[in-house]
Design a protein around this ligand. Sequence first.
Ligand code: KIV
Ligand code: NA
Length: 277
Amino acid sequence: AAKATTVTLREMKKEQKKIVMLTAYDYPTARVAEEGGADVILVGDSLGMVVLGYDTTLPVTMDDMIHHTKAVTRGSKQTMIVTDLPFLSYHISTPEAVRNAGRLIQEGFADAVKLEGGREILDQVQAIYRAGIPVMGHIGLQPQMVNQLGGFKVQGKDFDTALRIFEDALALQEAGCFAIVLECVPTPLAKLISEHLTIPTIGIGAGEGTDGQVLVIHDMLGITDKYLPKFAKKYGEMFTDMTAAVNSYATEVRDSAFPTAQHGFKMNDEVLEKLQK
Ligand code: KIV
Ligand code: NA
């Protein structure tokens, strides 16, 4: 399939074709996401948690995001790549937000950027958009706000929060976003927002009424021994499979069952004899 663009993603919404987004953080996960048929690859700042081992996304830096985006763009040439602007890379000032978004494009070769927040970051969204960089929004649960939210919790169950999220979605669309991630919001709210927007919504923990879906690749492949939230459906048990493979390797090495003759390289007898003298 041809590489998705902001234009084709909007057409997919019109035609009610679901958009498949999946995270990737390096060359092999990018190859898997592309060969598996994702429409969009997200280099999420979730990399802080799933590949760097932090408890939150807060320690992730611009340099981390660029480093991983470069690996992902080397692994997937036919897929749209969106990279997250990490914590504090777009809050200090609008010029700094544009500069950092530009680095993800120029140094990481991403096609678009994503940032968390609603009307409070509208200036930054507009400025990045005006620079020619496609922007994806992200509202509902904003993991970079975890310390203010008091944990990773569903957002928008009460009227005031639901209305705020709804109005933020409309404002982000108006400001130029080409799509919006809705994370951990009640299914009816996500559906309502999706129906009112002309740009696609991409859900995670947002039910079945969004225009697309995103999951963290390590979660859906089961490359983790951590507890997963209920929205993270597992399509594989790779942690178990990989641990078993390592275990077989360890056993075979200890039992001298691996390597065998077929895994080695031959040498000329004459060379050997000469060496032995
Ligand atoms: O960082 C990430 O993986 C994300 C998705 C969960 C939307 O932002
Ligand atoms: Na993220």
